[in-house]
Design a protein around this ligand. Structure first.
Ligand code: ATP
Length: 449
């Protein structure tokens, strides 16, 4: 049975807290607005998402290099990129209730005094004119808090790639066309954050910038569109909940020639999870102008000198992790009881295998412990000997563990264990000695993308 859409997010948020996927930041102090912490299962889930991305984008390709640029950058980077002047949202304040709204999202917001109305529609509302609000977090470098010492927390990882593009080219001996990939934190002082980890003020991006010869940019753009959509499908996301959204004239960023978002149908509606953009040579032009350094590429084979065009693929690691959680969440009625399952793709599941001794006697815990140790040498595994076996299976279902191995009295007689599969709940017996290889094989079989 599908969970009802109205409450599914509340259920996921509550499951995430209870099982240690995601906690509110600084919760004992009342929390910090739209900042979240990942608990033991969450950090493993998000890491698996990032690892899959890195494997597909860097490890499996010979035309993309990795990078880890610093969060703090020279302040001129943000002048060149246009973020100081233009990374703004229009903001309106209500003088009565002191709330703030994005002027362009008023029609999707509610008046805090009268939630059935939009801001501005209630008799006591008193809205200001829209003002532009810069979303970059500022801080100071060094001991003196003065204008000259202002630096920003990066609002995107892309700029670290642009300013390093020649370094990477020279160090790696790549040739255009080639790409640079990076996973890292970004910060945006969002005015209306929300929807759990969908829109937060501190988040992680998985960005790749592909440098190409002008004139070949649309071809590469189309290729990257296909590859990125396939990556999300390979993650196991439901096909019918993925779609493209093309940026129309009014929506296109000033630097973009073409832009498409990959959208996912969340319980709160269709929303962007990744953007694929043809950024032309805007970024390199600007950095060339502002730094005074030539950023052209000389192609020895053709004798051409040019400033490469850039095709960008930009996904949020937290947003994709939320997508994976939402897509995996289901409730089923089994023998009159509700079973909550996170049906993760096995390669992103935080725990791959659990080992459960049926009873805490007759040597079962010792045998189970040996199996657990053999398993965890290969994959993240979990040992659980407390409570009825049915309840232990349910706990693993909620954590999204694909395989459970139960050690029982038969094991003691013939060295076989029960494998219980999360999705089908089917059980079969296999030799205990084969278990680690069985798990590795099953995971390898599902590791596309
Ligand atoms: P939105 O329209 O949702 O604000 P955007 O168009 O500003 O997003 P980009 O600047 O293209 O987003 O960022 C690329 C990706 O980074 C997004 O697709 C999203 O996955 C992620 N991202 C952007 N802002 C946030 C945020 N505040 N919290 C979490 N992830 C984010």
């Amino acid at each position: 049975m599908a969970a009802t859409e109205a409450t599914v997010m509340e259920k996921i948020v509550s499951l995430c807290k209870r099982r240690g996927f995601v906690f509110q930041s600084s919760e004992i102090y009342g929390g910090l607005g739209s900042v979240w912490d990942y608990g033991p299962l969450g950090v493993a889930l998000k890491k698996n998402v990032k690892d899959r991305w890195w494997r597909a984008m860097v490890q499996a390709r010979d035309d993309i290099e990795g990078l880890d640029a610093a969060i703090l950058m020279h302040p001129k980077v943000w002048e060149a990129s246009g973020h100081v002047a233009g990374f703004t949202d229009p903001l309106v304040d209500c003088r009565t209730c002191k709330s703030r709204f994005r002027a362009d999202k008023i029609q999707e917001s509610n008046c805090p005094q009268k939630p059935s109305k939009r801001p501005g529609e209630h008799t006591t509302c008193d809205l200001t004119e829209p003002r532009l609000f810069n979303l970059m977090f500022k801080t100071f470098m060094g001991p003196v808090e003065e204008q000259a010492a202002v630096v920003f927390l990066r609002p995107e990882t892309a700029q670290g790639i642009y300013v390093n593009y020649l370094n990477v080219l020279q160090a790696s001996r790549q040739k255009v066309p080639f790409g640079i990939a990076q996973i890292g934190k970004a910060f945006r002082n969002e005015i209306t954050p929300g929807n759990f980890i969908f829109r937060t003020r501190e988040f992680e991006q998985m960005e790749m910038q592909f440098f190409v010869e002008p004139g070949t940019d649309q071809e590469w753009f189309e290729r990257w569109r296909q590859w990125r959509m396939q990556w999300h499908r390979d993650l196991g996301l439901t096909e019918s909940r993925l779609r493209w959204h093309e940026h129309g004239e009014g929506e296109l960023a000033h630097y973009a020639k073409a832009a498409y978002d990959i959208e996912y149908e969340f319980p709160f509606g269709w929303n962007e999870i990744e953007g694929v953009h043809n950024r032309t040579d805007f970024d390199l032009q600007r950095h060339q102008e502002h730094s005074g350094k030539k950023l052209e590429w000389f192609d020895q084979a053709s004798g051409k000198r040019f400033l490469p065009y850039i095709v960008e693929t930009s996904a949020g690691a937290d947003r994709v992790t939320l997508t994976v959680l939402v897509d995996a969440y289901r409730e089923e009625i089994v023998e009159g009881e509700t079973r909550v399952v996170l049906g993760f793709h096995p390669t992103v599941a935080p725990i791959k295998a659990a080992v459960l001794p049926l009873m805490k006697k007759e040597g079962m815990p010792e045998v189970a412990d040996q199996l657990y140790r053999a398993l965890r040498a290969r994959v993240p595994a979990f040992y659980d000997d407390s409570g009825a076996i049915g309840r232990r299976y349910r706990r693993q279902d909620e954590a999204g563990t694909p395989f459970c191995f139960t050690v029982d009295s038969e094991t003691m007689a013939d060295r076989t264990v029960t494998v219980r599969e999360r999705d089908s709940m089917q059980q079969e017996r296999i030799s205990i000695d084969q278990v680690p290889a069985w798990v590795t094989e099953r995971l390898a079989g599902s590791a596309a993308g």
